[in-house]
Write a protein that binds this ligand. Sequence first.
Ligand code: TRP
Length: 338
Amino acid sequence: MEKDNAKKIVFSGIQPTGSFTLGNYIGAVRNWPLLQDEYNCIYSVVDQHALTVRQDPATLRKRTYEAFAMLLASGIDPEKSMLFVQSHNPIHSQLNWILACNVQYGELTRMTQFKDKSAKHPENINGGLLTYPVLMAADILAYNAAVVPVGIDQKQHVELARNIAQRFNSVYGETFVMPEAISPKVGAKIMSLQEPTKKMSKSDENLNATILLSDDKDAIMRKFKRAVTDSDGEIRYDVENKPGVSNLMGIYNVFTGKSFEEIEKEFQGQGYGVLKEAVGQAVVDGLAPIQGEYNRILSDKAYLEGVMKDGAMKAQRYSQRILDKVYRKVGFVQLKNK
Ligand code: TRP
């Protein structure tokens, strides 16, 4: 991390809720290792964010290990990047408070995700749900991250982080770097295999709709075979009129690197069955090495905890400098030799 100070800082986080899906992988996790050479990357399993929805403690703990192992298996190299669990660095919570005092209630209630989630869970509109984006801003600003890879649904939160940073800077003087959201062009949204106008989701009740990273070969092939397409029989990329076929082509594109034009040519005159089989096989082959690594890493708790500890120390050391500066700027008394 400290190696190259000229590189921009990347920060992103993933919640340890639910099993990882092909959608999470393609939309987020797969892209993270690709940034490791160009940027100084900081990645976190954001367990504190997960608490905005009621969690079973044992399950949350298990999924935190799983998410961490998945990030390692996907190619995040703890020698190159910082990788840690959010609750292992208390500075996020400390900065959260300062930022919370620099955001307006109206800005928070206006967030699309807050509106959606509170409509969906009227029985648990807790304070954390409202202030969720403030903690997210703290995640980003605690490291002065310039680049924040997120799905499209999180862009509004990064926008709010910018507004908070800007406001803080104008009140207290230049402190924070303005973060910018980036989203992957391809595969930003992988759709349900059963209802291809809906996002692939781990909470889908239809088990055939979602490919889990833990699915074995048979399950993957079976789900692709049952994928919903359309009745015109032509293999052509057209999201509007052929969402099912286009989704399959999008997944195939990610795993083979072939363009949509090439894919159309490859399957010209062939039926959907052939396409489904090929996409299934490409996914099976593409995921196999990651799944192998994942199982190996997950069974080695001592190794996992060692990496967590090391990551937490690096994250704390790095963000402490920024927190100290913020505390000084807002007027907190600084004790020497603390
Ligand atoms: N809110 C993000 C999501 O649900 C996860 C997240 C938390 C995050 N903190 C972050 C992403 C900071 C980017 C930067 O996907």
